[in-house]
Design a protein around this ligand. Structure first.
Ligand code: SAH
Length: 274
């Protein structure tokens, strides 16, 4: 005898709501691509057609599912995966978008900026973790982040580094990140308002430098502030490829060594503060 289908249960667990299409390996990583999707969901919420709230967004199980997807995609760094399991991404985005917080999508954070997709953030953190100092110490050491945004990646970095300085050029986002990070337990996290192209000399040198915005060139200050054994990961325009790529720079005792990795699509690195 076959059993009758189970009646639908509401609310539906968040981790059962969305299937996931895996991007083709060669596809450009686009942290901003699903903005339109996010806007549609926000509109649905506004019109009352979306799934009701209260879906257990604070559930560790939902985050764990995101971590499983990252692992299935090849993320092998346990410290990075543990950080993703620990930080509540939905608390860093607008409540109308919280339902999408654990999908592999970028989301708007205001002032025309976006929080990157988890898979892109994981890729950058893993590249940083492969740096010489991080390999020796088992963590990212002294970290400099350019582009605090909503503070999500800063919260991850704070679990992976010994100390973190994160710079944001937009006052509105700097203030928002400060609010979002209240109550987070951090060893040593300093949020700085200013032009990240200048780095942050008072706390240099850094073992790990990561930029969340992409420029045409690599600011000299970042190279000057990179410790020997340290690694820098930044999206950068690559004239030869005609697009942005992730650039990795290692400061070895003999000098700087550059490697170009995945094609990406980050918001622009701008000059000055606003
Ligand atoms: N890591 C962020 C992502 C932010 S998006 C997060 O987890 O939310 C990139 C950010 O870089 C934007 O907030 C943008 O304002 C900022 N940015 C761009 N140019 C900058 C600069 N020169 N200095 C500091 N921040 C910059």
């Amino acid at each position: 005898m076959t059993r009758p289908p189970a009646p639908p249960r509401f609310p539906v667990a968040l981790d059962r709501m969305h299937g996931r299409a895996r991007p083709a390996a060669s596809q450009t990583l686009r942290p901003q691509a699903p903005l339109q999707h996010a806007a549609q969901t926000a509109a649905q919420h506004a019109s009352g057609r979306a799934t009701p709230s209260g879906l257990g967004l604070d559930s560790a199980a939902v985050r764990q599912r995101m971590v499983q997807r990252l692992r299935a995609d090849g993320v092998r760094n346990d410290a990075v995966l543990n950080a993703f399991a620990a930080v509540e991404r939905h608390r860093f985005v607008d409540s109308a978008l919280a339902i999408q917080a654990y999908e592999d999508t970028s989301l708007p954070i205001g002032l025309s900026q976006t929080i990157s997709k988890p898979s892109v953030v994981a890729r950058m953190l893993c590249l940083l973790g492969d740096g010489a100092t991080a390999r020796q110490q088992g963590q990212l050491g002294r970290v400099l982040e350019i582009g605090t945004g909503c503070g999500y990646q800063a919260a991850l970095l704070a679990l992976l580094g010994r100390s973190v300085v994160s710079i944001e050029r937009l006052k509105g986002l700097h203030d928002k990140a400060r609010e979002n990070l209240v109550g987070h337990r951090h060893v040593d996290l300093r949020l700085v308002y200013g032009d990240g192209r200048l780095g942050h000399a008072p706390r240099a040198p850094y073992d790990s430098i990561v930029a969340a915005a992409g420029g045409e060139d690599l600011p000299q200050a970042w190279l000057d502030q990179l410790a020997v054994g340290g690694r820098l990961v930044a999206p950068m325009q690559d004239a030869a490829r005609g697009g942005q790529v992730l650039l990795v720079v290692d400061r070895q005792p003999e000098g700087l060594v550059r490697q170009w990795h995945d094609a990406v699509h980050f918001v622009p690195l701008k000059s000055g503060a606003a």
